[in-house]
Write a protein that binds this ligand. Structure first.
Ligand SMILES: Cc1cc2nc3c(=O)[nH]c(=O)nc-3n(C[C@H](O)[C@H](O)[C@H](O)COP(=O)(O)OP(=O)(O)OC[C@H]3O[C@@H](n4cnc5c(N)ncnc54)[C@H](O)[C@@H]3O)c2cc1C
Length: 415
């Protein structure tokens, strides 16, 4: 602790990963500056489905290629590619398809399980310490299927969960009704991740952790960082408010981390799987008690403090192209079909940028150029789940301790 207290740290990016990390390091005795170009929770951590999901299933799975044409042709299907982005995303997609090989799926799911199985524990400690426990609900995460074929297609996924020891229940029509009586009765099958949790308000949660960080003596700096470097043991982050210097730098800028990581010697296939949300009014009665995924359409309805949030599937269109909210609006009839009591009125819409590597694993560990710069990004569909456990690992790395589990699967030079 004495050693930590002499050290200064810059954390770049104040989403769930950066905020959790900044809080932990500040409490461990470091003098931390949390740097964001806009402020806490301005990125993807703002509008997600809020799930702390106990699932280690990677996104690339065997049989993927044969389903892609069907997915792309369906205007309400789970996948879109903006044609103007096809050339840029192709190398990423080639790597992604390669990750669907059985031996890679085995490796990736095991590496994910190391993190997801510890995620709820890390959230519990963080929320207890920051007095935000009331924002997390312990009612699991439910996926429902109306067609036999769609449910049968989850066989692979269930096998992966079983092999890794991730608990889930397979539900029949009666079990689904017991759990969520207001869902439409069209759903014949369900998969219930009972150890999952969800956040009633992801934005409030991230802001709450950022406030606790400030109360612990941490500093928030607004600066758009364009350059990071290390010279003679001193790290610098250069941006819109000039140069910030420290002993250590944590790069946690989510989907925007790639060019900064490249400056530290890592040429990474980090891209973004964009996703939308559409908020609808709160349902006072006859709503749902937990996030429910419509399996066939891959969208989620989450009961949140501000209303029912529908989050959509994946769009490949990079970081710079504008939103196409038609994608999420087209799902409204399906949401209504799923939950008849839903008031399918749009309150607001939002676009977020999942930071994704082709193997579905985050990048956690020291940079190739300097041990003083540590990477913490690329948490894809599970960044909300994995923010606090990533923060624990970063603290162990900075302390120079052996990490509590092997972190080589997340190393930057794995591609
Ligand atoms: C529709 C949707 C639903 C989702 N649902 C879930 C879910 O249910 N459960 C789950 O676990 N995950 C979910 N996710 C994924 C999750 O939201 C992300 O993985 C997570 O928010 C990423 O967190 P982060 O801290 O890495 O990045 P972000 O939250 O994006 O934060 C990055 C921060 O870096 C800042 N930044 C960027 N560049 C710079 C720069 N150059 N200088 C300074 N600051 C910079 C940004 O302003 C931003 O604040 C979902 C995502 C989407 C899009």
């Amino acid at each position: 602790m004495a050693e930590a207290s002499q050290k200064t740290v810059l954390v770049i990016g104040a989403g769930i990963v950066g905020v959790s990390t900044a809080y932990r390091l500040q409490k461990a005795g470091y003098q931390v500056s949390l740097v964001d170009r806009i402020g806490p929770c301005a990125g993807t951590s703002y509008g997600n489905a809020g799930g702390i999901v106990d699932s280690c299933v990677p996104n690339a799975l065997p049989g993927l290629i044969k389903n892609v044409p069907k997915m792309l042709l369906d205007p309400t299907g789970p996948l879109t590619v903006r044609w103007s982005y096809l050339r840029q995303i192709t190398p990423w997609l080639v790597k992604f398809i390669d990750e669907a090989r059985p031996e890679k799926v085995k490796h990736n799911s095991k590496a994910l399980h190391q993190l997801t199985s510890r995620a709820v524990g890390a959230w519990n400690s963080l929320l207890d310490e920051t007095k935000l426990r009331h924002l997390m609900v312990d009612k699991g995460w439910l996926k429902v299927y109306d067609s036999e074929d769609e449910f049968n297609a989850t066989h692979n996924m269930r096998e992966i969960l079983l092999k890794n020891g991730a608990e889930f229940d397979v539900l029949g029509i009666g079990d689904i009704r017991d759990l969520e009586p207001n869902l439409s009765h069209i759903f014949k099958h369900g998969i219930y991740h009972k150890n999952s949790r969800f956040l009633l308000n992801p934005e409030k949660t991230v802001h709450g952790i950022a406030d606790a960080f400030k109360q612990a003596g941490g500093q928030i700096v607004i600066s758009d960082i364009h350059t990071i470097k290390e010279e003679q043991g001193v790290v610098s982050a250069i941006g819109s408010v000039g140069t910030l210097k420290a002993d250590k730098l944590i790069l946690s800028a989510g989907a925007w981390s790639r060019h900064l990581a490249a400056q530290m010697g890592a040429d990474l296939p980090l891209d973004t799987e964009r996703g939308y949300h559409l908020m609808m009014p709160v349902i006072e009665e006859k709503g749902i008690d937990r996030p429910v995924v419509y399996g066939e359409k891959s969208f989620v309805l989450s009961p949140m403090e501000r209303g029912i949030r529908m989050t959509s599937q994946v769009e490949f269109a990079g970081l710079d192209r504008g939103p196409d909210f038609r994608r999420v609006r087209k799902l409204l009839p399906y949401a209504q079909k799923m939950l008849p009591s839903l008031k399918a009125e749009e309150q607001d819409v939002w676009l977020g940028y999942r930071p994704s590597m082709p193997d579905s694993l985050p990048v956690i560990g020291t940079s190739p150029k300097s041990e003083n710069v540590v990477f913490a990004f690329g948490h894809q569909h599970l960044g909300m789940t994995l923010g606090p456990i990533t923060a624990q690992v970063i603290e162990e790395i900075l302390a120079g301790n052996k990490t509590s589990f092997p972190i080589w699967p997340y190393r930057a030079n794995r591609f």
